[in-house]
Design a protein around this ligand. Structure first.
Ligand code: PGA
Length: 251
């Protein structure tokens, strides 16, 4: 695992955009695994800028998002489909037909989950999976649990996640209680993982994910099983990393 310690959120986004932009420049039909949330927003903004400057072409790129709320259709402003269109897709030359987000209003949710995993396989899996991490250690919406779930599945969100995500809704009651998420096999099937985190609130999750035991109680810890992981995090997010492993520690 490569851990890059940065000073600011801007630097985190710049490094991430440069990695993803480099991949898209090299492989025109790259499959990108994408994430929502506050963490990747700066990265998307920089990728949009690179596109507007004529440095990137997304016309053949395919994207697969990690998750979606159950019960919100793609037009709901808080759906992850709407988030992706607003913060990324509508500003670049990607074909929306090449962008995949689970359908949170599918009539048959189990069928939607199976189809989503099959879709990922048909695309040949992701070249790179971008990840944020929840304060409770979740990746995608794989919440802390007694076991890892390999497949795409429907999950009950924890009270912590509902509370944290309620900042995007008018009230906590409006936050959906269920979500669809890629499972661990889908996430680990990407050829490369890129985990981003900034701020003190993520320190415990980052310490657990990068340096703790691999356990479903800290779902992000599965990244330790992957052979090609880059973590870009600021000092605060890395502040609970064990001293000996502190990438920010002065030499
Ligand atoms: P955030 O969410 O980027 O908004 O902090 C990350 C996550 O919950 O996975």
């Amino acid at each position: 695992m490569k851990i890059i310690c940065v000073e600011t959120e801007e630097e985190m986004s710049a490094r991430a955009a440069s990695l993803i932009g480099g991949l898209v420049a090299e492989k025109k039909d790259a499959v990108l695994g994408l994430a929502t949330g506050s963490t990747p927003m700066g990265t998307y903004a920089l990728l949009i800028r690179m596109y507007l400057e004529g440095r990137l072409d997304f016309s053949k790129v395919r994207t697969v998002n990690l998750d979606e709320y159950v019960g919100l259709d793609g037009h709901h402003p808080q759906s992850y489909r709407a988030f992706m269109e607003e913060h990324f897709f509508q500003h670049i030359n990607i074909s929306l037909a090449n962008t995949y987000v689970p359908n949170g209003v599918a009539e048959d949710i189990d069928h939607e989950c199976r189809s989503y995993d099959e879709r990922l396989e048909r695309l040949g899996f992701c070249d790179l999976q971008l990840l944020g991490i929840g304060e409770n250690g979740h990746i995608g919406f794989n919440e802390p649990a007694g076991h890892f779930t390999p497949e795409c599945h429907c999950i009950e969100l924890t009270e912590n996640t509902i509370a944290v995500n309620s900042r995007f809704f008018d009230s906590p009651e409006e936050v959906p209680r269920l979500a669809l998420t890629l499972g661990m096999r889908g996430i680990l099937s990407a050829r490369r993982l890129l985990l981003l985190a900034f701020g003190k609130k993520k320190a415990k999750a980052i310490a657990g994910a990068c340096f703790g035991p691999v356990t479903p109680r800290v779902p992000g810890s599965v990244i330790q099983l992957h052979p090609d992981v880059t973590v870009i995090a600021d000092r605060e997010a890395l502040s609970m990393a064990p001293q000996a492993n502190q990438p920010c520690a002065p030499n």
